[in-house]
Design a protein around this ligand. Structure first.
Ligand code: ADP
Length: 360
């Protein structure tokens, strides 16, 4: 039988558990033996690899986070750490690996795969592995699912955890607005997203925010006056509160940060009773929404199909994502590279190109 393993790496996100469950159970249905690698790449480097059974993933579909643990692992960034990872995979006879994480984790997975044969040869040369391993394990199959609350990867319309994070933000905004309306206050709300404004944009759309700041589309110079006038027009037309959403990576046209405290100060200087809420880690967690359970389950199932595929084009590492409500496979490193080039374009203030690329 095929032997396959799953690990979660980088920041946790809600929906990782349903993905682990779907992957493990589908693999078992197909007759594979499934393993969990604990605490991200640490488990690979230190041989914390445990078999999964039908019951070990029971009752987790509704739980946020990841039951197998996630971590950042400095050792895996070094060739020597990856050599230990290869040794531990072969010791456990595993040559199919599902990685659930962000672009960093997926880059690491791709690197492991590209060094696979060379590292096996090193292990054979220093007498750690038998010579027959070279022929027995010609390649490491890699599939990647994106676990990220930020929805910041190319190759999928939605990353696992982004919908749940949005739901948490909406709940917070709805509560805040009820007090804002009562007191005729203005609220500045800071949300996560690193250099991706998706969480700010869609939560602003779903709550009717007055003003939204995102990294990809900085406001024109003089935006302070523009914002104040916009909010005033709302008040004149009968609105009893104002809501401004600031993405944590928001910048102006010169690339300087637009912080939530600066926005609040600007409003206060214009006579607003302005308050600030920085949502922080509540956005990350909690019960996964329907959509996160749905996409995680479908992606987890497709990862198993991918490992069983005999199609030649499925030999390259795949990012399994969603295109609308359809599951898709894309070349993993193309997705990582396009994603990373967006960060570079933002740093270089080439905002028009950023908006074009976000679409992909
Ligand atoms: P994310 O996957 O959420 O982007 P990180 O960038 O922190 O999170 O990556 C998580 C882990 O993946 C790192 O701690 C490291 O072990 C591994 N990793 C990330 N980038 C690389 C890389 N270029 N080479 C090898 N391993 C990497």
């Amino acid at each position: 039988p095929k032997r396959m393993a799953v690990l979660t790496s980088g920041g946790d996100s809600s929906g990782m558990n349903p993905a682990i469950r779907a992957f493990a159970r589908m693999a078992m249905i197909k007759g594979a033996q499934v393993f969990a690698i604990r605490e991200g790449y640490n488990g690979l480097v230190n041989d914390s690899i445990v078999p999964l059974h039908w019951g070990s993933v029971g009752g987790i579909i509704s739980r946020g986070g990841t039951i197998i643990g996630t971590a950042r692992c400095a050792d895996f960034r070094k060739r020597d750490g990856r050599k230990r990872a290869v040794y531990n995979l072969i010791k456990n006879k595993i040559d199919n690996l599902l990685v659930i994480g962000g672009d960093g984790s997926l880059t690491g997975a791709n690197l492991l795969r590209s060094e696979w044969c060379g590292l096996i040869k090193d292990l054979v040369d220093d007498g750690t592995l038998d010579k027959e391993c070279i022929e027995k394990y010609p390649t490491l199959s890699i599939a990647g699912l994106v676990g990220s609350i930020d929805n910041d990867m190319c190759g999928t319309d939605l990353t696992i955890g982004a919908d749940t994070a949005t739901q948490r933000i909406l709940e917070a905004i709805d509560s805040i607005l009820s007090t804002a309306v009562s007191h005729q206050r203005s609220f500045v709300l800071e949300v996560m997203g690193r250099n991706c404004g998706w969480l700010a944009l869609v939560s602003g759309l779903a709550t009717g925010a007055d003003y939204i700041f995102v990294p990809e589309c900085p406001p024109e110079d003089g935006w302070e006056q523009n914002m104040i006038e916009g909010l005033e027009r709302g008040r004149v037309s009968g609105r009893r509160c104002s809501l401004v959403i600031v993405s944590e990576g928001a910048i102006d046209k010169k690339g300087n940060p637009i912080t939530s405290s600066y926005v609040r100060q600007t409003l206060e200087n214009a006579g607003h009773d302005a308050r600030i809420t920085i949502l922080g880690h509540v956005q990350r967690g909690g019960t996964p929404t329907f959509l996160d359970r749905y996409i995680a389950t479908r992606m987890g199932v497709d990862a198993v199909e991918y490992f069983y595929s005999t199609d030649e084009k499925d030999k390259e590492p795949a990012l399994i994502g969603m295109d609308g409500m359809k599951v898709t496979r894309s070349p993993l490193m193309d997705c990582v590279k396009t994603t990373q080039s967006i960060s570079t374009l933002i740093q270089e203030k080439k905002f028009n190109q950023v908006v074009d690329l976000r679409g992909s």
